[in-house]
Design a protein around this ligand. Structure first.
Ligand code: C5P
Length: 410
């Protein structure tokens, strides 16, 4: 997807071994449709050559405030002004401890810090991806600087944890290029769910028959994972309760893995106490074997299948919609319906039966496992069909729609 189409990013590199990740980040930004102007400090040039960054960005790299080349199409020998005016954001990755300390004081003795200071505050946001040794990161001076930079309106991204280039282990590594890309894409999304807590169920459940067999279904979890991701992009705190699926956890999302419907119900009921929104995309098994066998069930050699008694699973969505928070609207519940026929009529009946204000219907066989989908929104007013689109785009649209329907944040 062209997630950053039309965006112009100034990618600043300050000195640190994480400069090697900036090369891949630059490629990733461009792959998503952004244009990238690289600006490097003198220290950054010790770690990565401007030749590499020029080759990857397709533009000459700037590093000196005295550089007289044409910058931003202007010839006035003011690269610190001209290079930032068209930018949708200045992203400094890596941002060293020293560079952040410098920004904090409004110092501007090299091109990159000069640009950060001279940028139009109201329309060119500054995003920093810190990178440093773990002791430098936890040092009170650095933490104080980060807090003050944030208070000044700068977006300071998280750091990664783990093994560091110096051989020590801890917090302070720069995020990986793919994580940074996710954060930048999210940065540009509207924050319609800021301050909200969103709970999502996704994927199938698996109901054991015996230790090696069970009942499940074809749900891939893709729609629910896309919704969880979109809700995080929209600024929500997101918990995702996932049945057995192989999908990676969306960035920024807290994930709880469960297997059975009963486990999903228990997790959902506990988490829903804190949530403002519950979006139930999971394809919960309707029944489970009343008693799972302790040992593998053997064939009897006569061709007779084993007798099997089923129990109906609790309806998680209907249960939460009928809870005091669900009924009062403090927990806004959204259901999903995968139908094979008579989609609109079945969906309207299901919305009433589940007692939810909003139900999203789709055609099961053409949605399960696919990367795109067609949704029908069903509310009090009727059925609203949405054109077919990628699950990612639909998830963003749905999140915006849910945000619009929520009571004002108290
Ligand atoms: O009744 P049906 O399974 O078609 O309903 C689908 C909707 O109800 C989905 O939102 C699904 O996540 C939710 N559901 C549930 N618990 C169940 C069955 C369905 O939360 N036991």
């Amino acid at each position: 997807m062209n997630e950053l189409a039309g965006k112009h990013i100034v990618l600043g590199l300050s000195g640190g071994i994480a400069c090697y990740k900036a090369a891949e980040l630059c490629r990733a930004l461009i792959k998503q449709g952004a244009s990238v102007q690289v600006v490097m400090t003198e220290a950054a040039e010790r770690f990565m050559t401007p030749v590499t960054m020029q080759a990857l960005s397709g533009r000459p790299v700037f590093s000196s405030q005295w550089d007289a080349r044409t910058a931003g199409g202007v010839d006035n020998n003011m690269p610190h002004i001209n290079l930032s005016r068209e930018a949708d954001a200045i992203l400094v990755a890596p941002a060293s401890a020293d560079f952040m300390a410098k920004l904090l004081h409004g110092r501007a003795d090299d091109l990159l810090s000069l640009m950060c200071l001279a940028r139009p505050l109201e329309r060119v946001p500054l995003i920093l991806a810190p990178a440093m040794n773990r002791e430098m990161w936890v040092h009170p001076a650095t933490q104080r600087n980060v807090a003050q930079l944030r208070a000044d309106g700068t977006t300071v991204l998280d750091v990664g944890a783990g093994e560091q280039a110096c051989g020590e282990t801890g917090d302070g590594r720069m995020l990986e290029p793919a994580e940074l890309l996710d954060d930048i894409v999210a940065f540009f999304q509207p924050k319609a769910l800021a301050g909200r807590r969103v709970l999502v169920t996704a994927g199938p459940t698996f109901e054991p028959i015996d230790p090696v067999r069970g009942i499940t279904n074809h749900s891939s979890g893709k729609m629910g994972f896309a919704i969880a991701h979109a809700a995080w992009e929209a600024g929500a705190q997101v918990t995702l309760i996932a049945g057995p699926v192989t999908l990676p956890t969306p960035r920024g999302v807290r994930r709880l893995d469960v297997t059975t419907a009963l486990q999903m119900r228990d997790a959902a009921e506990a988490e829903a106490l804190q949530a403002d929104v519950f979006i139930a995309t999971a394809a919960v098994a309707d029944w489970r074997p009343a008693q799972a066998a302790d040992q593998k069930i053997k064939k009897d050699g006569q061709g007779t299948p084993p007798p099997m008694v089923f129990t109906e699973n609790p309806d998680i969505l209907a249960g939460l919609a009928a809870s005091p928070r669900g009924r009062s609207g403090a927990l806004y519940c959204v259901g999903f319906a995968a139908e094979t026929d008579n989609l609109q009529a079945h969906a309207q009946a299901k919305r009433a039966r589940k007692g939810v204000p909003l139900l999203v219907a789709n055609h099961g066989p053409s949605a399960f496992g696919q990367d795109d989908n067609q949704l029908y929104l069903v509310d009090e007013q009727g059925v609203h069909p949405w054109p077919r689109d990628s699950k990612r785009a639909l998830a963003r649209r749905l999140v915006a729609e849910v945000a619009r329907r929520l009571p004002p944040n108290s």
